[in-house]
Write a protein that binds this ligand. Structure first.
Ligand SMILES: *Cc1c(COP(=O)(O)O)cnc(C)c1O
Length: 372
C-alpha cells in the first residue's frame, strides 16, 4: 500500500481530542462500566494501531473490531487488552482467535456445534471466548428465538468455550423517537431476564446509546463514533458533552492561474467562469476518499469558504479563489481554520450520506499525522 509521504495532503489526527472524548464519556458512566473503543475499519479512518494505543492510554478497557484480521493486527502490535470481533468469524478461522485470545461474536447454535466438533480434533488448552449476540430488532446477526438461544446457553457453558459476553445492538438509538429503542429493550428482557447466570460482560450500548440512553443495561459500552468526536445523529440531537472532532483533512494549493470569463474547468466542462477568476488546484481527489459529488461545495482557504469548481477528479480538485493566492497556501477540507469550520457532517450531508461513511472512506493513500 502506497502512502503519500511526499505530499502536502494529509489527515491530521488530534490525540488530545480523542482523550477528551473518552474522558468525558467515562465521567457519565457508572464506575463499574467498562468502555471498549471501537476501532474497526482502520479506526474509522484514523489509523487502527495508533488510535487503539491512544484509547487504551486514555482509559479504554478493551477494543472492538469488525473482522478477525483487525484483531490480529492489534495483537501483532503487542496490544494485550481484551479484543472483541463484532462480526461473524468463519468457524474455520476461529482457532486463530482462540490462539491469540481474541473474543468472537456468535449468533447461532450451528456455529457453536461446528466449532465444538473441530476443537475435538485439534485439542487446545485455551478456551474460545464467546460473546453471544441477541437480535432484538437490528435484524443483522444474533439469536432471535428463545429456544435456540437456550440451547446456545447450554453449549457455551461447556468446553471449549468461555462464555464471556452477551450483547445486542440498537437500530434507532440515534433518533429522537424512542419507540423502537424501547421495543428492542422489551425483546432483550424477554430473552435474557430468566437466565441463570450472566456472563461477565454484558453490553448493549453503541455511541448513540451511551450518549442519550444512560443509564442502560449492562456493564460495558462499545464506544465508536463519539470517541472520534462525531455526533452519531449528525446534527439531529445535541450531545450531553461537547464532542471534539479528532480528524482534519488538509492540503495546500499547488497550482494557481487566472481563467477568462467563459472558460471551463475540469471533466465534462461543467463549470464555466462567469468572470475572470483565480483558480487554485489542490492535490487530492476521490481516490483519497473525498467524494466525487462535492462539486459546488466549499473548502476553507485563508479563513474564507472557496467553492469547488468543476468535477472532483481522481487526484486533483479545482477551487475558486477570492484573489491571487500563492502556491503553498493552506487549504482545509474537513476541520477548522480559526473561526470557521467544515465538519465531516457538512461533507456528508452535501454528499447525501452519513459522516460514518465519509470517515471510513478516507483512503490508505492519505498520510496520517498524529498531533498533541
Ligand atoms: C460499529 C458498531 C458499534 C459502534 O457504533 P458507533 O455508533 O460508532 O458507536 C457498536 N456496536 C456494534 C455491534 C457495531 O457494529
Amino acid at each position: 500500500m502506497v502512502v503519500g509521504e511526499h505530499r502536502t495532503t494529509k489527515l491530521v489526527i488530534d490525540r488530545d481530542a480523542l482523550r477528551q472524548n473518552i474522558k468525558n464519556e467515562k465521567s457519565l458512566l457508572a464506575s463499574d462500566t467498562n468502555l471498549f473503543a471501537v476501532v474497526k475499519a482502520n479506526a474509522y479512518g484514523h489509523g487502527l494501531v495508533q488510535i487503539a494505543q491512544e484509547a487504551i492510554a486514555a482509559g479504554a478497557d478493551g477494543l472492538c473490531v469488525a473482522i478477525l484480521d483487525e484483531a490480529l493486527e492489534l495483537r501483532n502490535a503487542a496490544i494485550d487488552v481484551p479484543i472483541l470481533v463484532l462480526g461473524i468469524t468463519e468457524v474455520d478461522n476461529a482457532a486463530i482467535a482462540q490462539q491469540y485470545n481474541i473474543s468472537l461474536t456468535v449468533g447461532s447454535v450451528e456455529w457453536l456445534q461446528d466449532f465444538q466438533r473441530m476443537a475435538f480434533k485439534h485439542a487446545s488448552s485455551n478456551k474460545l471466548n464467546v460473546h453471544l449476540a441477541v437480535d432484538t430488532g437490528m435484524g443483522r446477526i444474533g439469536f432471535r428465538e428463545i429456544g435456540e438461544f437456550k440451547q446456545a446457553l447450554q453449549l457455551v457453558n461447556q468446553a471449549p468455550f468461555n462464555f464471556e459476553g452477551l450483547f445486542t445492538h440498537f437500530a434507532t438509538a440515534d433518533e429522537t423517537n424512542q419507540d423502537y429503542f424501547n421495543h428492542q429493550m422489551t425483546i432483550w428482557h424477554q430473552l435474557t431476564d430468566d437466565m441463570d447466570t450472566m456472563p461477565p460482560i454484558v453490553h448493549v450500548a453503541n455511541s448513540a446509546t451511551s450518549l442519550w440512553h444512560l443509564p442502560v443495561t449492562g456493564n460495558m459500552i462499545r464506544f465508536g463514533m463519539a470517541m472520534y468526536g462525531l455526533n452519531p445523529s449528525g446534527y439531529e440531537i445535541e450531545t450531553p458533552f461537547k464532542l471534539k472532532p479528532v480528524l482534519s483533512l488538509v492540503t495546500k494549493i499547488d497550482f494557481v492561474k487566472q481563467i477568462k470569463q467563459g472558460e471551463f474547468v475540469s471533466y465534462g466542462a461543467t463549470y464555466q467562469a462567469k468572470a475572470d477568476e483565480w483558480i487554485g488546484t489542490i492535490p487530492l481527489g476521490y481516490a483519497d476518499g473525498y467524494p466525487r459529488r462535492m462539486q459546488g461545495f466549499h473548502v476553507l482557504v485563508a479563513e474564507q469558504f472557496c467553492e469547488i469548481v468543476g468535477r472532483v477528479c481522481m487526484d486533483q480538485i479545482m477551487i475558486r479563489l477570492p484573489s491571487k493566492l500563492p502556491v503553498g497556501t493552506d487549504v482545509t477540507l474537513i476541520g477548522r481554520q480559526h473561526g470557521k469550520q467544515i465538519s465531516s457532517e457538512d461533507v456528508a450531508e452535501y454528499a447525501h450520506t452519513i459522516n460514518y461513511e465519509i470517515m471510513t472512506s478516507m483512503a490508505p493513500r492519505l498520510k496520517r499525522v498524529y498531533i498533541n
